[in-house]
Design a protein around this ligand. Structure first.
Ligand code: AMP
Length: 280
C-alpha cells in the first residue's frame, strides 16, 4: 500500500491510472476504522482495478464546540487494516495542504443539508460537501463508496455528483452493526461500558418501529410518541426522530411505501446517529 500525502501527487497518480484505463474505487473516511469502513473497502476492491482510501479528519465539518480535537486518530492500526484489505493507495492529506491560508471556496448542497443533522450541526454539511468535492477532483475515481449509516451524507454525495457533473458512480452500502445491534461508529470508542449499554436503546427502538410498521401500525403520531418514550429511557438528549422519504429526505406525512426512520441523540458527551430503511 502506497501512502500519499501530497494532494498534487494524489492527482498525478490518479491521472496516470485513468490514462492506463484502470478503474478506481474510492472510499473517503476520517479514520478510526471499523468493519463499517472495511465493508466499503471490500466492495471497492471487488469492483475496481485500484482502491484508494482517504483518511482525513476534516476540520471544516466540525462545529466550534464539537469533538475535532479528541476525534480518535489510531493511524498505525488503520494502516494495518487497510493493508490487509489490499488497499492500493492511502491518501493522507494534512489540513494545511487542504485549506491553506487564504482558502475561500465552499460547496453547499442546499435542500439535502436542511433537515435532520443539518438542523443541529450548522455548517457541517457545507464542510462535508466541500471536502468531498476536493477529494473527487484529486482522486478521479470511477466509483465512490459511502455508507447508509450516514444516510443524509450519502444523499448529499449523490446530489453533489449529479449537480456538479462529477464523472463518478456513487455506491451506497448497507449500515453495518455490532451483533448487539449497535451501529458501528468511530465515536463508539468514546462510550463507557454503561454508556454503550444505554446506546443500544437507539437500535432497539429503530427495530421496534420496523416491527410496529410490519404489524400494521400506520399511526405516525403514535409511532413518534413510542419512539421518544423508548429513546428517553437510554439517551440523555434526543436531537431528532424523523420519518423521511428515502430519496428526498422530506418528512413522511402518511406511511405508504418505503421510508427512513432516522434518529440522533446523545449518551453523555457522545452524539450518535442511526437509521433504518423500512419497506413494509
Ligand atoms: P467516517 O470515517 O465516519 O467519515 O465514515 C466514512 C464512511 O464510512 C462513510 O461513508 C460512512 O457512511 C461509512 N460508515 C461509517 N460507519 C458505517 C457503518 N456502521 N456501516 C456502513 N458504513 C459506515
Amino acid at each position: 500500500m502506497k501512502v500519499l500525502r501530497s494532494p498534487k501527487k494524489m492527482q498525478e497518480v490518479a491521472e496516470r491510472l485513468r490514462r492506463q484505463g484502470k478503474s478506481i474505487g474510492f472510499v473517503p473516511t476520517m479514520g478510526a476504522l471499523h468493519e463499517g469502513h472495511l465493508s466499503l473497502v471490500r466492495r471497492a476492491r471487488k469492483e475496481n482495478d485500484r482502491v484508494v482510501v482517504s483518511l482525513f479528519v476534516n476540520p471544516l465539518q466540525f462545529g466550534p464546540k464539537e469533538d475535532l480535537k479528541r476525534y480518535p486518530r489510531p493511524l498505525a492500526v488503520d494502516q494495518e487494516m487497510l493493508k490487509k484489505e489490499k488497499t492500493d493507495f492511502l491518501f493522507l492529506p494534512s489540513p494545511k495542504d487542504f485549506y491553506p491560508a487564504g482558502y475561500q471556496t465552499f460547496v453547499e448542497v442546499t435542500k439535502v443539508s436542511g433537515g435532520l443533522c443539518g438542523a443541529f450541526r450548522p455548517g457541517h454539511f457545507r464542510g462535508v460537501a466541500t471536502v468531498v468535492a476536493k477529494l473527487f477532483n484529486l482522486v478521479r475515481a470511477t466509483r465512490v463508496y459511502v455508507g447508509a449509516k450516514d444516510y443524509q451524507q450519502a444523499c448529499l454525495v449523490k446530489q453533489l455528483v449529479r449537480d456538479l457533473n462529477f464523472d463518478l458512480q456513487v455506491r451506497v452500502m448497507p449500515l453495518v452493526r455490532e451483533r448487539s445491534g449497535l451501529a458501528l461508529s468511530s465515536r463508539n470508542r468514546y462510550l463507557s461500558a454503561s454508556e454503550r449499554e444505554r446506546a443500544l436503546t437507539i437500535s432497539k427502538t429503530l427495530k421496534w418501529i420496523r416491527d410496529e410498521v410490519r404489524r400494521g401500525n400506520r399511526n405516525l403520531a403514535a409511532l413518534r410518541r413510542g419512539t421518544h418514550e423508548r429513546l428517553r429511557r437510554g439517551l440523555d438528549r434526543i436531537d431528532y426522530v424523523s420519518f423521511v422519504q428515502p430519496e428526498t429526505l422530506q418528512p413522511v406525512i402518511k406511511i405508504r411505501g418505503r421510508f427512513v426512520a432516522a434518529v440522533a441523540g446523545w449518551v453523555g458527551k457522545t452524539r450518535l446517529i442511526d437509521n433504518v430503511i423500512i419497506s413494509r
